[in-house]
Write a protein that binds this ligand. Structure first.
Ligand code: HEC
Length: 117
């Protein structure tokens, strides 16, 4: 059985690759292994969910296309500016995440935008 060691080696390699892929996924997406999950979801759940899930203080709800349409129409740059500055009185500067850098906020906004379309 000359093919057996080669087969075993191939299978061992596949196992390693699967483990690697899982490790990357788990590392990149918190506790989830769903590779279709948006990278902004974790930020959203942690910092934005409290207002944007239920529409607290008039916040546009996640997935509410009606509420998001006029906001999306301003363009992404304007959305990001408003998130960084905040929109008194309801929307706190940086979405109440002072430690989030611009990139993190942008990814969270993108997650909301994807859900608004
Ligand atoms: C304390 C509640 C609260 C939190 C926390 C919050 N928001 Fe908001 N957000 C609001 C409210 C209220 C508005 C609507 C403001 C208005 O139109 O005057 C809003 C509006 C927005 C808008 C639309 C901006 C525009 O130009 O129309 C975006 C985008 C947004 N929030 C992103 C975020 C992100 C990203 C986070 C988390 C990092 C976050 N928000 C956290 C309350 C909140």
């Amino acid at each position: 059985m000359a093919a057996t060691p080669a087969l075993a080696a191939t299978m061992a390699m596949k196992g390693t690759l699967t483990a690697l892929a899982l490790a990357v996924l788990l590392g990149g997406c918190g506790a989830s292994s769903d590779e279709s999950e948006h990278p902004g979801r974790a930020v959203y759940l942690r910092y934005c969910f409290s207002c944007h899930q239920a529409g607290v203080a008039g916040a546009p709800k996640l997935g509410d296309q009606e509420a998001w349409r006029p906001r999306l129409a301003q363009g992404r740059e304007m959305l990001l500016d408003n998130v960084k500055r905040g929109m008194a009185p309801g929307m706190p500067p940086r979405g109440a995440c002072p430690s989030c850098d611009d990139e993190t906020l942008a990814v969270a906004v993108d997650y909301m935008v994807v859900n608004a379309q």
